[in-house]
Design a protein around this ligand. Structure first.
Ligand code: PEP
Length: 250
């Protein structure tokens, strides 16, 4: 089956509103007519500004995280209701920086996944192993556990609003990319995990992005692989000059 390619830019903790606006305007112009699915995920403070610019374009508005509770006494957190109020359509959950720097575990991430889906958002659920886990031969196991636990309690119909992003932690922001073959092997394995959980149809349909030092030079080779359906791009998403060639590949 042919799955649509889905290219997302995670702007992380970069950009003021005016910088974000400049980039968003440029992307709206340059990605117009682009044949893939696109998303940008600016920081919380830029969501409203960027949302107004991408509205009506072919670029979805994403957030980089959200609270696990709907609302209440959670100082410093941002709720799903607040994201929806800003027009956010999707949320990245379980990013390795959330898992490893901010110690989010699979249970917390699963709570967020279910909350986002309950409120009609799309989810990009990130999974991926550390270098030490890969070297210990544990890459598949780690990705399987993160997938199974991250999706616990998610129905097959809600799964249609979930994208997976395989991001080996050792490849994020390091300039090291998994080879297309190594990445594809994990994608195929994870697709098998989805087949076990949800059946073959759901597994064929689910989009699995690759993330980890994706740039114009390696994007096409990665996405040519059978099981790689797009990219979650960090560093190279911060400039139109580096993101657009990835987004318009093929
Ligand atoms: C990311 O943070 O999701 C990511 C893949 O970053 P980079 O492209 O910079 O490796």
């Amino acid at each position: 089956m042919t799955r649509p390619y889905y290219i997302a830019g995670n702007w992380k903790m970069h950009k003021t509103r005016s910088e974000a606006a400049e980039l968003a305007k440029s992307l709206v112009v340059q990605l117009k007519g682009g044949k893939h699915t696109y998303l940008v995920a600016p920081g919380f403070t830029c969501l409203e500004t960027v949302g107004a610019i991408v509205k009506g374009s072919n670029i979805l508005l994403g957030a980089q995280n959200m609270a696990s509770e709907e609302q209440g006494a959670h100082t410093g957190e941002v709720s799903v209701l607040q994201l929806k109020d800003l027009g956010v359509q999707a949320v990245i959950l379980g990013h390795s920086e959330r898992r490893h720097t901010y110690k989010e575990d699979d249970e917390l991430i699963n709570k967020k996944v279910k909350l986002a889906l309950r409120h009609g958002l799309e989810v990009i659920l990130c999974i991926g192993e550390l270098l030490s886990e890969r070297e210990a031969g544990q890459a598949e196991n780690v990705c399987e556990t993160q997938t199974v636990k991250g999706l616990a309690g998610v129905s097959v119909s809600d799964l249609e609003r979930v994208t997976l992003a395989y991001e080996p932690v050792w490849a994020i922001g390091t300039g090291k990319t998994a080879t297309p073959e190594d990445a594809d092997a994990i994608h195929a394995y994870v697709r098998g995990v989805i087949a076990k959980l949800y059946g073959k149809d759901a597994a064929e349909k689910i989009i699995i992005q690759y993330g980890g030092s994706v740039k114009a030079e390696n994007a096409a080779q990665l996405m040519a692989k059978e099981n790689i359906d797009g990219a979650l791009v960090g560093g190279a998403s911060l400039k139109a000059d580096t993101f657009v060639p990835i987004a318009l590949f093929g």
